[in-house]
Write a new protein. Structure first.
Ligand SMILES: Nc1ncnc2c1ncn2[C@@H]1O[C@H](COP(=O)(O)OP(=O)(O)OP(=O)(O)O)[C@@H](O)[C@H]1O
Ligand SMILES: [Mg+2]
Length: 152
């Protein structure tokens, strides 16, 4: 089964302030990635790689075309719970510790409470952040990174 099927996705942005003009970011793209396939999505700057990924994640909307992910319609929220996405510029809430951030993400992803605690311990261990305090007051280290620094 294909895990990604891109069916003619196309994106044209409107740019400019007073007089908006169309800027084509992605010509109609057809692409299939099969299960188990290791796929490198390469292209020159401005080719439309980021736009394609943003479209697949529903962060921007297509001018035309559609896609299927894991055999389902790409707009199906169930699909989003099964895939991971690392944005180019990730944002971390600066008032949450690493533990709190993972707990929040786990809740949003529907990970049950007892599994969540175990998984959080596992991933913090994997990245060497187990010594970070479970919670912190606003005047103490308030980011995962600051908290990590204060723990070392
Ligand atoms: N929000 C936006 N508004 C207007 N034009 C955009 C926007 N985002 C991207 N573009 C334009 O769309 C085209 C494709 O950009 P995109 O960022 O998808 O390319 P890319 O392949 O990821 O490039 P890079 O290798 O530099 O990351 C570029 O011409 C870019 O300037
Ligand atoms: Mg890019």
């Amino acid at each position: 089964m294909p895990v990604i099927e891109i069916l003619g996705l196309e994106k044209t942005y409107l740019v400019g302030f007073w007089r908006k003009r169309p800027k084509r970011a992605l010509h109609p793209l057809h692409l299939t990635v099969e299960e188990g396939e290791v796929f490198g999505f390469l292209g020159p700057n401005g080719a439309g790689k980021t736009t394609t990924l943003k479209l697949l994640m529903g962060l921007v909307f297509p001018t035309s075309g559609s896609a299927r992910l894991l055999g389902r319609d790409w707009t199906d929220p169930e699909v989003k719970a099964q895939i991971g996405f690392l944005p180019e510029q990730p944002y971390f809430y600066d008032y949450l510790t690493a533990h709190e951030l993972l707990n929040y993400s786990g809740q949003l992803s529907g990970v049950p409470g007892k599994d969540r605690k175990r998984r959080i311990d596992e991933v913090l261990q994997r990245v060497g952040l187990t010594d970070v305090k479970v919670s912190t007051s606003p005047c103490q280290a308030s980011t995962p990174w600051a908290a990590a620094r204060s723990a070392t």
